[in-house]
Design a binder for this molecule. Structure first.
Ligand code: FAD
Ligand code: SF4
Length: 329
């Protein structure tokens, strides 16, 4: 049986107290929200914090506020279950509610939070393993070792961004609100994620994610499609997040497409808007979008399923998501 290492649990009552605890205990402290990702990772000795700063008492992290006209603020401490069944989020930010509702299993969605999901540690078949297994293969760059076992010639880690909400917040142009020792700052979602399996967030260790700010929905249709081995349980091995706005005469006014779980950060398919915007999208246009998404996806051999199969699945998943948004699926 895998056991947790001993740690001290601090339960601050305010955001300031939580930040101060992270400052005081420096590298030995980590934040814990629902613990659904962190505790299993600790059992595998991927992290060995001596102090955990629990966020459960922080009421300011627990609310969903706003409306489609002004935009909606979703607190980091809101559970995936709560946000996936919230009427405003379901109606106006369908992709967000759907992605949250597709995370793992009901027990994990009842414990797991939006903030924890957005900060979830990138995954790799050579890393999300118990300590004795990793020791037997000589460890790797991400923890305790000095080479990447997936790409030994590379000097970086290629662990996979495996959060369901990460590609969605990038697709929606959301903003991430952080609170740290120097106060509050806001980071656009597409700058929050870095293409690095170790240093994957533009967030300092002592900063706490307070909320995700969803912009006004403004006539958007949004969706999220998820590929995984077991539909009842698994992490994504491909995520497709997209938003569209229709203009006059059935022409596309605005479109954004983002892929999850194909790199260490969500991948924006830069060429996609140019293929649909200002057009009455035809099946051939949709096919062109699927093709540029296929080219942009570069999964590595370090997640569930063969990497070439995961890449091949990009075309049908993008096609399906875009057709759903166009109302032709
Ligand atoms: C079997 C299994 C299946 C899973 N399937 C999926 C899946 O399909 N999709 C998916 O996306 N995830 C999946 N997960 C991962 C996890 O359950 C979810 O991502 C969940 O939303 C994490 O939220 P949490 O509150 O439990 O985070 P925690 O485990 O508490 O924290 C996760 C990380 O985020 C940090 N953190 C948490 N909150 C904050 C905050 N407010 N500010 C700063 N840092 C913070 C923690 O320090 C930690 O590094 C799965 C996990 C397991 C064990
Ligand atoms: S991508 Fe390489 S360095 Fe990163 S976790 Fe996997 S084996 Fe380790």
């Amino acid at each position: 049986m895998l056991r947790l290492t001993p740690f001290r649990y601090i339960a601050p009552k305010t955001l300031e107290e939580a930040v101060m605890a992270l400052v005081e205990h420096e590298e030995s402290a980590m934040v814990v929200a629902g613990g659904t990702d962190l505790y299993p990772n600790m059992k595998r000795r991927q992290f060995e914090p001596k102090v955990l700063v629990g966020l459960r008492n922080l009421q300011e992290l627990r609310c969903i506020e706003g409306d489609a006209g002004r935009g909606v603020s979703v607190g980091a401490g809101v559970t995936l279950q709560e946000v996936s069944s919230h009427p405003t989020v379901m109606e106006h930010y369908h992709a967000f509610a759907k992605a949250a509702g597709l995370v793992s299993t009901p027990p994990l969605r009842n414990m797991g939070t939006v903030g924890g999901n957005l900060c979830v540690d990138p995954r790799c078949n050579y890393y999300n393993m118990p300590y004795p297994w990793r020791r037997a293969i000589g460890f790797c760059l991400k923890r305790d070792g000095d080479i990447c076992l997936v790409a030994p010639g590379s000097n970086r880690c290629w662990a996979v961004s495996s959060s369901d909400l990460a590609p969605v917040v990038v697709a929606l142009d959301a903003q991430i609100r952080l609170h740290g020792p120097d106060g509050e700052r806001i980071v656009p979602a597409d700058e929050f994620y870095r293409d690095d399996g170790i240093d994957y967030l533009a967030k300092r260790r002592e900063e706490i994610l307070v909320s995700v700010e969803l912009p006004p929905a403004d006539g958007w249709r949004t969706t999220y499609w998820k590929l995984r081995r077991r539909d009842s349980f698994d992490f994504p091995i491909l995520g497709v997040a997209a938003r569209i706005k229709m203009g006059n005469g059935g022409r596309v006014k605005d479109f954004k497409l983002v892929l999850g779980a194909v790199a260490s950060q969500p991948v924006v398919v830069e060429e996609a808007p140019g293929l649909l915007v200002d057009r009455r999208a035809s099946p051939r246009d949709v096919e062109a979008v699927a093709e540029v998404a296929f080219a942009a996806a570069k999964p590595m051999d370090n997640a569930d399923g063969a990497y070439y199969w995961r890449k091949r699945m990009v075309r049908p998943y993008v096609r399906g998501a875009v057709m759903e948004l166009l109302g032709t699926g």
